[in-house]
Design a binder for this molecule. Structure first.
Ligand code: ATP
Length: 235
């Protein structure tokens, strides 16, 4: 299988604060990979580095063999890298449909369209003319994912989909994932909810204080090993 993403030995900083220390990650096309870890472990920083929102101070990011380390986000998106940011970042005064249409700006060719997104999230079709601010958290998350799909990403980066949502709503949002991966889209999710990550991912990488503490297949990792890596305690 093609390697779609190769992060090699990446260091990232916010001024004096170093958030990532030599992180490497390889994702093959069609896989779903989850990056887990506690608050402040560096998960969002890793996604931001992959999306091109943060330039690493060392290391490289390659996308389908191309070195994209120096490319800003707006030049990575047309290649097929799209981020669903933590906190969704919708335009609250715009309607659901307008928010989705913004995702189609500089879109790649592919199967995702308004109709396809509405088929995936029927509730959004019902609410298409409502302003995004009138939606529930789960519905807003669906809009954020739909907006990203409108670009027809090859690699979809999902940052903390479950944040602030009730468990039942998290399940509903994640229920859309198989339909997305069935189109061949590769998915990299960042999750604090370990159970959820293990349910959806083929492979899991755990970060601890900016370093890779553990990686493996979702079915091959024991709960004890994951807990130890997550909290940084000995098994
Ligand atoms: P969370 O689940 O809380 O979002 P995370 O694993 O995504 O955690 P990051 O947000 O990547 O972690 O943060 C990694 C480290 O970088 C933390 O120490 C955090 O305080 C720091 N950090 C993140 N964003 C900034 C910023 N804008 N300025 C300074 N430090 C930052």
């Amino acid at each position: 299988m093609t390697t779609i993403l190769e992060v090699s030995d990446v260091e990232a900083r916010y001024g004096d604060v170093q958030a990532l220390f030599g992180v490497s990650l390889r994702v093959r096309e069609g896989e779903t990979v989850a990056v887990i870890g506690a608050n402040g472990a560096g998960k969002s920083t890793l996604l931001r580095t992959i999306a091109g929102l943060l330039r690493p101070t060392r290391g490289s990011v390659r996308f389908v063999g191309q070195d994209v380390t120096g490319l800003p986000a707006y030049r990575r998106q047309p290649l097929g890298i799209t981020l669903v940011p933590e906190g969704r970042r919708l335009f609250p005064s715009l309607t659901v449909q307008e928010n989705l249409q913004i995702g189609a700006y500089r879109r790649r060719p592919g199967r995702w369209s308004l109709t396809a997104v509405y088929d995936l999230f029927p509730r959004l079709a019902e609410m298409r003319h409502r302003s995004a601010s009138a939606l529930s958290g789960g519905e807003q998350q669906a809009v954020a994912i739909g907006r990203a799909l409108m670009c027809n990403p090859r690699l979809l980066l999902l940052d903390e989909v479950s944040l602030g949502l009730a468990p039942v709503v998290v399940k509903q949002v994640y229920a859309a994932l198989p339909a997305i991966t069935a189109t061949g889209t590769t998915v990299l999710v960042v999750e604090q909810d370990v159970g959820q990550a293990l349910r959806v991912a083929d492979r899991v990488q755990c970060l601890l204080e900016g370093r890779v503490a553990l990686e493996g297949t979702a079915t091959g990792l024991t709960r004890e090993a994951v807990a130890a890596a997550y909290f940084g305690v000995d098994e």
